[in-house]
Design a protein around this ligand. Sequence first.
Ligand code: GTP
Ligand code: MG
Length: 366
Amino acid sequence: MTIGIGGAGCKLAVELDNEAILVNVSQVELNKVQGGSERILATVRAEHGQFRGSRKNPEIGHDAYESIKRELQAAIRGNKVFSSTGGGTGNGITSGILNDLAKAENISTSDKTFFGIVLPYAGLESSEFVDNTIDFLTGPLTEAIDSGNTGNIVLFSNKEKFEKEIAEDVFNTMLIDSLKVFLAIPDKNEMYRLRDGHIDHEDFALYISKPYFNYFTSFDYEPSKDFEAQLDANMNTLLLEPDNAIEAMFLLEIPQGGDPTIFYSVLRYFNSKDVTPIYSVIENPSLKKPFITVSLLYSRKPDELLEDFNRISEHHAQVKVKKSLDQYVPMPKLAVNMEDEAKKAVSKRTDVQEDVLATLRRIGKL
Ligand SMILES: Nc1nc2c(ncn2[C@@H]2O[C@H](COP(=O)(O)OP(=O)(O)OP(=O)(O)O)[C@@H](O)[C@H]2O)c(=O)[nH]1
Ligand SMILES: [Mg+2]
């Protein structure tokens, strides 16, 4: 099941799933969305009926969350949530969800929620959108991830939409099409002739239940060329840039009768990064060239997340983001992909013990 929250969230949710549940504080906005199934109107204290949005004020969205909290907490379990961080409704209601998740105990793998979140392009969007995003990234999002209670989080960026002047509906289709390629991995694994490895629905469900940021991309793979160079050249510009992978997954599709051993060089690349990916090599008869879909799970601390957001901003907006960045004391980067490293860090650095423990919890070692 898919749940869309606020203007952008609802439009993206129906793009993925025509049966999506739609949530807003404005009846007008809910009526405008084509498709979807149930509509949930969250209550705000309005004098003349609920026809307006949260007017870019996350406090209004957050207040409204209280009225639908129980319903929403049940609905999101094991499902996908789409939202944006710029406005008041998506930001406020999603912050409420994340705050509650951060406090929750024992959320099972199958109950974890997958989040798709749209970030504004700070270069051309309003300063309220930027400020709301900074609060969201450094507050509720980070805390929920640190609690280990979310599933994967995909950070979509509106940068390309504004820079290339793409129509909103066209851009939404681009975002969701890109996500669909990643989500198709277990179906393709099941549908096509398997040549090596395998990623079944259970493996995939486990992967997307991990509390990390998920970056994915896909491209025609040239086995004779360096994999890392191809990965760099085929960045998914619809997503925030990833950090070093903690875990990874890839699906390599080869033409009928193609050489299945070309996946070893991809495996060797990940090995050189201390990552052991799960993978599947299948034969797709409709292909002329090998095609690869890669996903990386990575972790970010609040100041690093803001830096990523800053990197996609224009100069005048960067100054603003930088001011917020300065509020964060930079901490040495922790090696989160190895238990030993993390333990070493705990014993050496008593001052950052809490951060390391949060990291350990996040990677499932505690
Ligand atoms: N990619 C994409 N971004 C959108 C879309 N609609 C709005 N946005 C972006 O989302 C942010 C604004 O959030 P909305 O989702 O419109 O706001 P909301 O959550 O409904 O909150 P309020 O309107 O303030 O009640 C801005 O960064 C917009 O550029 C959309 O259809 N696609
Ligand atoms: Mg709105």
